[in-house]
Design a protein around this ligand. Structure first.
Ligand SMILES: [Zn+2]
Length: 59
């Protein structure tokens, strides 16, 4: 099932919404976005946990 997640869901003031076919792909896209848009070299583990909790199924 496709997945989506928005930056705003984890309290980041950003309109970005990632969508992918599965959670692994979604996390890749989010890591890329976090690097390029938010200046993270790596996503901290506590943020990964928040992000995973905010992932939704796309119907
Ligand atoms: Zn963002």
């Amino acid at each position: 099932m496709a997945k989506s997640m928005k930056c705003s869901d984890v309290g980041v003031a950003c309109d970005f919404e990632a969508r992918a076919e599965n959670e692994a792909e979604l996390m890749k896209k989010l890591a890329e976005h976090a690097r390029t848009a938010h200046g993270f070299k790596d996503i901290p583990p506590e943020l990964v946990a928040k992000v995973k909790a905010a992932i939704r199924d796309v119907k």
